[in-house]
Design a binder for this molecule. Sequence first.
Ligand code: SAM
Length: 199
Amino acid sequence: MSVVSKYNRIAPIYELIDLPLELFFFREWRKEALSDLSGKVLEVGVGTGRNLKYYPADCRVIGIDKSEGMLQKAREKAEGRKNITLYPMDAEHLEFPDNSFDYVVITFVLCTIPDPVKALREMRRVLKPSGELIALEHVHSDYPFIDLIEHLINPILFLLLGDHTTRHTVNNIEKAGFTIKEAKKLAFRDVFRKIRARP
Ligand SMILES: C[S@@+](CC[C@H](N)C(=O)[O-])C[C@H]1O[C@@H](n2cnc3c(N)ncnc32)[C@H](O)[C@@H]1O
């Protein structure tokens, strides 16, 4: 089953599945990462639109996702917000011209995109040279015990959510041509990170 089919299927209950993580961690991280952005923002893998309420009203936000089911939920949240536009689109083939955005935002998405480096190259292409990539992601851990757990749960999470727990996401961002400005450890030692990078 493709990643898109998985997300279409779980869209109605997606926000319940990770509710504890959302309440204890994610919502604070989202707020901190997004509430002072400005200009034109592309959010890749917008999902059910959990980030949308944290963008300032004067930010022009374009959100894309490949799953129509997830987008439908995001559309409900974006209703009445004239500064937000949502499109069905593949992160690996972004339909925007080069140098279009001040920020590209991705939260818990690089773990699910089939070819993350290809998608990251697309994100770099559409970012202005002065722009910034902002990512909240779970990544491969350098701690052997956590690494073991990540390898054990990887097949289960992949089956259910198309989620990879062992990806070297910080390296992948560099591989796509970005310069890492910050890779702050947020929780579970070095697993959850806030990453800021320049094209
Ligand atoms: C784990 S969810 C995260 C959703 C949201 N960013 C959040 O923070 O709650 C991953 C999202 O990435 C989307 N996705 C996966 N592969 C994609 C691709 N190639 N292009 C666009 N979206 C993709 C999925 O449809 C899903 O909505």
